[in-house]
Design a protein around this ligand. Structure first.
Ligand code: ATP
Ligand code: MG
Length: 261
């Protein structure tokens, strides 16, 4: 059983405060938390704090143990992230990138297990035909899928995904999030995903946190958080929110709200 908590998270870049006392809802096995908020609201910064990559104040625990008290190698085995920026378009091939990353991270799998794992992930993400193509000839969406493949290869208990589907077409967005859900059902663990797509958030997240200027404006279930009032405040858009056949919110964006004066 995996349990993850992060409370009172504050962080700055230089003297500029970015995150202000952010409490992430307590998470456990099977939970998918969506991190929503406008550009520059602090989603990626929060992700970097949660992995320990960025210095911050506050408390982060995994299974009740504080991050600072844990063996850092174990922490990095159990908590892994897919950053917002996909792998750069180099002459490296996806297969080489996977193997060199696995070696650099000293992943605890045999070569056979790793080869099977890479094969399986590439198949699921539609990357098999591109495995031996240099990254610089892949499309932006395919490179984003390679970024996801790198994170999945690590098989962490806590998987942080920073806008995992932003470059993907409709089909692959759903394939990716179905795969993420299926993986949780099979092996446990939890996911925190920064998303801009409200429909995907409503469909795949159990809980949502809405950030604005580094503060939490609302946290709860998609129905509780995705309200016209919250969306108007945070995104300055007028919306109509109805429910789909499963009772999940369906957000229709009507127009941007113009500042008067
Ligand atoms: N390395 C950095 N140095 C200085 N300021 C930074 C740095 N990284 C981010 N910031 C600033 O921190 C704020 C939050 O940025 P962050 O990337 O966390 O936002 P975000 O919510 O992920 O936005 P987006 O939706 O555009 O990805 C922004 O004002 C940004 O300019
Ligand atoms: Mg970001």
């Amino acid at each position: 059983m995996t349990r993850f908590s992060a409370t009172g998270i504050s962080a700055s870049y230089g003297r500029t405060p970015i995150l202000h006392d952010v409490d992430v809802p307590d998470l456990q096995d099977d939970d998918v938390l969506g991190l929503l908020g406008p550009n520059a609201s602090g989603k990626s910064t929060l992700m970097r704090c949660l992995t320990g990559e960025k210095s911050h104040n506050g408390s982060i625990t995994l299974d009740g143990c504080h991050r600072g008290d844990m063996d850092q190698a174990v922490w990095h085995q159990r908590v892994a992230t897919m950053p917002q920026t996909p792998p750069s378009p180099s002459a490296l091939m996806p297969t080489e990138l996977m193997w060199s990353t696995a070696r650099a991270l000293d992943l605890d799998f045999s070569d056979r297990e790793l080869a099977d794992r890479i094969e399986d992930i590439f198949t699921r993400l539609g990357l098999k035909d591109f495995a031996l193509s240099p990254l610089h000839i892949l499309s932006g969406g395919k490179r984003q899928l390679v970024g996801l493949a790198l994170a999945l290869m690590r098989d962490p208990d806590v998987l942080l995904l920073d806008e995992p589907t932003s470059a993907l077409d409709l089909h692959w967005r759903m394939v990716v999030l179905d795969l993420v859900r299926e993986r949780l059902a099979k092996r446990g663990g939890l996911v925190i995903a920064a998303l801009h797509d409200l429909d995907l958030a409503a469909r795949y997240c159990d809980k949502i946190v809405l950030l604005e200027a580094g503060k939490i404006v609302a946290a709860g279930t998609p129905v509780e958080v995705l309200t016209p009032e919250n969306l108007a405040q945070v995104y300055q858009v007028e919306t109509k929110v109805s429910r789909d056949d499963h009772g999940r919110p369906l957000v229709q964006v009507i127009r941007p709200i113009r500042e008067m004066g």
